[in-house]
Design a binder for this molecule. Structure first.
Ligand code: PMP
Length: 367
């Protein structure tokens, strides 16, 4: 039988595995940081209307520049951050993964270097590799906050072309403060002009404000966002970025023509019309996230301070074994490979209760 490695694939892909959490059929799935609430029926109706309208024009290519969608995303950002963002400063693609890929294709690639501070979102490193970019794993403190002094040293040493800062960070939930971003931006620019990407996939769940206003006067700073989490639309595949309009012009050099289908644009526009309802669910999830933190601590677990819709908890002598034991109770959480720690996504109150029952039982079995 032919295996991948028998094919003439690129050397750097040899022996690697594809990204992906196990998709197991269990009653309670709290492993991929999805929003547990299905879209409200009124929004489903509006999507149907908008998509029906779009379907009538499917013989034509979609708006290549997605201007209406970028305008509405800009309005959403302006409304929720107080920082004025227009269509020219917004770009959208199929999930923030594609946004990140386009940024790396534009600003990194063969002979160039990207850095992230790990543990963090593993796709930053994987998309780097996929675009031929060398990947540097930068340090964090033991409490998972970014070690600014060590990070500055790493930036000075490796002179990266792209720096990833994830806030709130996945899988730890840790938010990054504005001073840290500014310090790393300045350190990066001092080493050589380079792009700093602040990945705010989970920012709507944070106790702290968005870092988006930092793009003012910093043309090499990009904030990436997604509709997969707060908008409860992971199946839609819509990510976006806000930056200086020059960055938006630059990514157009690599984007595939008509990359965002008319159906995607229509669906995202419908979802943006229902922002208030969707942000109401975010408030419920924040309350549930805080409850998970409080209850995990009460049971006797350690928890990393979380600003996201998930919580990192531990510590386990063997995290993978604990993951399996929780699964035996019908609850799927995520083992991100951080030694001693697991991650649980905030679900509905009922799902969270099932999770808490499982980890309470596990604590009893352990003691
Ligand atoms: N950034 C972070 C930090 C993430 O955790 C994720 C998804 N898990 C993404 C980006 C990608 O999300 P999407 O492609 O669905 O927008």
């Amino acid at each position: 039988m032919t295996g991948i490695d028998d094919l003439p694939i690129r050397d750097e892909l040899r022996g690697k595995s594809p990204y992906g959490a196990p998709q197991l059929d269990v009653p309670v799935r709290l492993n991929t940081n999805e929003n547990p609430y299905p879209l409200p029926e009124a929004l489903v109706d509006r999507i149907t209307e908008r998509v029906r309208e779009a379907a009538r024009g499917l013989n034509r290519y979609p708006d290549r520049d997605a201007v209406e969608l970028r305008t509405e995303l800009g309005r959403y950002l302006t409304r929720t951050t107080g920082y004025e963002v227009g269509a020219a400063g917004v770009w959208a693609a199929n999930g923030s993964n594609e946004v990140i890929q386009q940024l790396l294709q534009t600003f990194a690639g063969p002979g160039r270097v990207a850095i992230g501070f790990e543990p963090s979102y593993s796709m930053h490193g994987l998309i780097s590799r996929g675009t031929g970019t060398a990947w540097i794993s930068g340090p964090r403190h033991a409490d998972f906050t970014i070690d600014v002094a060590a990070a500055r040293e790493a930036v000075a040493e490796h002179r990266p072309d792209v720096v990833f800062i994830t806030s709130p960070n996945n899988p730890t939930g840790t938010a990054v403060d504005a001073e840290t971003v500014v310090a790393l931006y300045d350190a990066a620019q001092a080493a050589k002009p380079s792009l700093v990407v602040v990945d705010e996939a989970y920012v709507e769940f944070s106790h702290r404000p968005s870092l988006l206003p930092l793009i003012e006067g910093r043309p090499n700073l990009v904030v990436s966002r997604t509709m997969s989490k707060a908008f409860g639309a992971a199946g839609l595949r819509l990510g976006y970025l806000a930056a200086d309009p020059a960055v938006v012009d630059a990514v157009q050099l690599v984007r595939l023509p008509y990359h965002l289908s008319a159906v995607t644009q229509a669906t995202a526009l419908a979802a943006l019309e229902h922002t208030d309802t969707l942000l109401g669910y975010v408030e419920q999830l924040k309350t549930e996230r805080d409850r998970l933190v409080a209850e995990l601590l009460a049971i006797g677990y350690e928890v990393t301070e979380s600003d996201a819709n998930f919580v990192q908890f531990g510590r386990f002598p063997d995290a993978h074994e604990a993951w399996r034991q929780i699964l035996d109770h019908g609850v799927l959480v995520r083992d991100n490979g951080v030694p001693g720690w697991l991650r649980v996504t905030a679900g509905t109150p009922e799902e969270n209760d099932a999770f808490l029952d499982a980890v309470r039982a596990l604590m009893k079995e352990r003691s």
